[in-house]
Design a protein around this ligand. Structure first.
Ligand SMILES: O=C[C@H](O)COP(=O)(O)O
Length: 251
């Protein structure tokens, strides 16, 4: 059975005190047993967050990492550094990394390799811009992002991969893909993985939806057959709204 995941990507929000304030509240909450809860705070707060939730069913995730294991890469963070503080899951290829930090498929495929070599789990993000959807090239674009970024990995490596579909036009805009649009693309992603690998592998991959998921639309989006959870930005910054989204998945 596929893992149900609700992951909060905090992006460049929350300092140490704000992170702890949130976590104190989060730790009082009871999560539905069928949902894996993840939080991706800023690099500076990963160590603290990891130790803070040590006794709780919350996975602390990095928002990015460098493709090299070490070296002269000023300002970068390696897989080894993340693992040394207990962080073994990393978001790769978020559209903000692709757009503002020029992360292309070549770099991302290297990052995927580095994550897998270091026995980490990668949440690999794909997503089209509004112009792609208007030009009806969105399916082709997602297929290319998958082919170039991740379709070089072995069959076995898929157990450490989660896919996140995030239409760029729906991120932080309040505009959500309709549940039908989300399902259509998630089904396409699963079919594409099945064609390249196998149905067995595709059926086991969790595919998360991201883009303006809120308490009031989570149930419908998560109710779609091929949607296995969400990568949540803005609504993950308050325990109340994040919990409502988590509970939308509850047993
Ligand atoms: O990583 C999260 C996504 O970018 C979604 O962000 P959002 O929920 O604020 O639209």
């Amino acid at each position: 059975m596929r893992r149900k995941i609700v992951a909060g990507n905090w992006k460049m929000n929350y300092d140490l005190a704000e992170t702890e304030l949130f976590l104190v509240e989060l730790k009082k909450q009871v999560f539905p047993e069928n949902v894996m809860v993840m939080i991706a705070p800023a690099f500076t707060n990963l160590n603290h967050a990891f130790n803070s939730v040590r006794e709780h069913p919350v996975t602390i995730v990095a928002q990015n990492m460098h493709q090299n294991n070490e070296g002269a890469f000023t300002g970068e963070i390696s897989a080894k550094m993340l693992k040394s503080i207990g962080v073994t899951t990393v978001i790769l290829g978020h559209s903000e990394r692709r757009a503002y930090f020029n992360e292309n498929s070549t770099v991302l495929s290297e990052k995927v390799n580095t994550a897998l070599e270091n026995e980490m789990t990668a949440i690999f993000c794909v997503g089209e811009e509004l112009k792609d959807r208007k030009e009806e090239t969105h399916f082709e674009l997602i297929k290319t992002q998958l082919s170039e970024g991740i379709f070089h990995i072995s069959d076995d490596a898929w157990k450490n991969i989660v896919i996140a579909y995030e239409p760029v036009w729906a991120i932080g805009t309040g505009e959500t893909a309709s549940p039908e649009q989300a399902q259509e693309m998630h089904k396409f992603i699963r079919k594409t993985i099945a064609e390249k690998y196998s149905k067995e592998i595709a059926d086991k991959v969790s595919i998360l939806y991201g883009g303006s998921v809120k308490a009031d639309n989570a149930t419908e989006i998560f109710g779609q057959e091929d949607v296995d959870g969400g990568l949540i930005g803005g609504a993950s910054l308050k325990v109340d709204s994040f919990m409502k989204i988590i509970n939308a998945f509850g047993t």
